[in-house]
Design a protein around this ligand. Structure first.
Ligand code: GMT
Length: 376
């Protein structure tokens, strides 16, 4: 199939999922066209089936806001015609589903019919899309998609609760490429750079937005390090980072916490980690937790959103109510204080991650694509 993938090119979860999906589809012989405003972070253009088309938005002084949707929908029309693309797969409803729908309409006028699959990722529904300023346009473009998927059952339920959606929503969970994650020979960075031999390594990776409850992470780690020698790796960047650094200084643990910023060495960091913290206010899936589990790292998380669908309580880690720092710290210590318990949780984490192997998930998308193309 010839497929256009529209996504955000950033470190965020939806962009990573879209990129990894496109790369795997290309490996399976499909022709993939990524269409976005910058080359996606995890995209290497070394495969003959992978193309990248940049959306340019020329600056014009009249515009207070540059019309990205317009440029994206025009680019989609041009690329569909040029490469005979058979299907659009847009990741993140805002504004991609809207721009995709406009492209479909323009193409229809020229006698070209193309189906659109929209994948809902979380914040496009729960945080941003739900805002009254966006809601009508988001509902409209979801309802106008030919196929709608969501990355968890919890997100599907939220979508029906928050919007007036008349379409079926197919749950296709996020995935992980396990082979890549087990290929430890690629590791270059040394554990000794991060922690002493006797110290446990606790890690958090995110975009450091409010929804991640960054102060909870610091507080949980503060309690852990009072009981167990440990270091905290904070990977990523975002608005809450400065507050986190200040809190570390206030608690006197700044020498035990390393802030990496956005890193391309996530696999290396996770490969040395003993525990992953994700106490988010809400999380439609929690891809970072799954990436950790693929490196045999147990997860301490909140029990909100789709997290219970990924992190199994008492098996791959523990789940607690949002904000219950004490319970999260107690559970973390329970895992970290015993070599035997840690080894058991590590092995369980990997086994749970195996259920999300891309090899199991990708055929679900291929089936939906095929059906959508046949119906059009
Ligand atoms: O919050 C993030 O980490 C970024 C955000 C995004 O929009 O890319 O992630 C969302 O999509 C990811 C991929 O499907 C999910 O794993 C995250 O849980 C989801 N974030 C939230 O729901 C807050």
């Amino acid at each position: 199939m010839r497929i256009a993938i529209v996504c955000y090119p950033t470190f965020g979860g939806s962009g990573v999922v879209a990129t990894e999906l496109g790369l795997e589809l290309a490996q399976r012989g499909h022709e993939i066209h990524f269409i976005t405003y910058r080359q996606p972070v995890r995209l290497a253009l070394l495969s003959p089936n992978v193309h990248y088309h940049e959306v340019n938005v020329p600056e014009y002084p009249l515009f207070h806001y540059q019309p990205y949707e317009l440029a994206l929908s025009s680019k989609l029309v041009d690329m569909v015609k040029l490469y005979k693309i058979e299907l659009l797969h847009v990741h993140y409803a805002i504004p991609h589903a809207y721009a995709g729908y406009m492209a479909k309409q323009m193409l229809k006028d020229e006698g070209i019919f193309i189906p659109m699959v929209t994948t809902l990722h979380g914040t496009d529904i729960t945080l941003v899309g739900n805002h009254p300023f966006y809601k009508p346009a988001v509902s409209f473009s979801i309802n106008k998609s030919d196929v709608v998927t969501s990355v968890s059952k919890s997100l599907k339920d939220d979508t029906y609760k928050l919007f007036n959606i008349k379409k079926d929503i197919h749950v296709i969970p996020n995935f992980i490429e396990l082979n890549k994650h087990r290929n430890e020979s690629s590791i270059s960075c040394q554990r000794s750079v991060m922690a002493k031999k006797e110290e446990r390594i606790v890690t958090h990776i995110s975009n450091f937005r409010k929804v991640k409850r960054i102060p909870d992470i610091i507080k949980i780690f503060y309690k852990i390090q009072q009981q167990i020698p440990a270091k905290l790796m904070m990977v990523g960047d975002g608005p809450e980072k400065i507050r986190a650094e200040q809190l570390c200084a206030e608690l006197g643990i700044e020498d035990k916490v390393i802030f990496f910023g956005n890193s391309n060495e996530i696999d290396q960091i996770l490969s040395y980690s003993d525990l992953f913290l994700l106490p988010s206010e809400t999380e439609s899936f929690g891809l970072a937790a799954l990436e950790a589990m693929a490196w045999s790292v147990p997860v301490i998380s909140s029990n909100s959103g789709g997290l219970p669908e990924v992190n199994f309580d008492g098996v791959s880690g523990y789940l607690s109510d949002v904000g219950n720092v004490d319970a999260m710290a107690d559970n973390a210590i329970k895992i970290l204080e015993s070599e035997t318990v840690l080894a058991e949780f590590k092995s369980n984490a990997l086994n749970v991650a195996k259920q999300f192997d891309i090899k199991n998930i990708l055929p679900l998308y291929e089936k939906l694509y095929q059906e959508a193309i046949e119906k059009t």
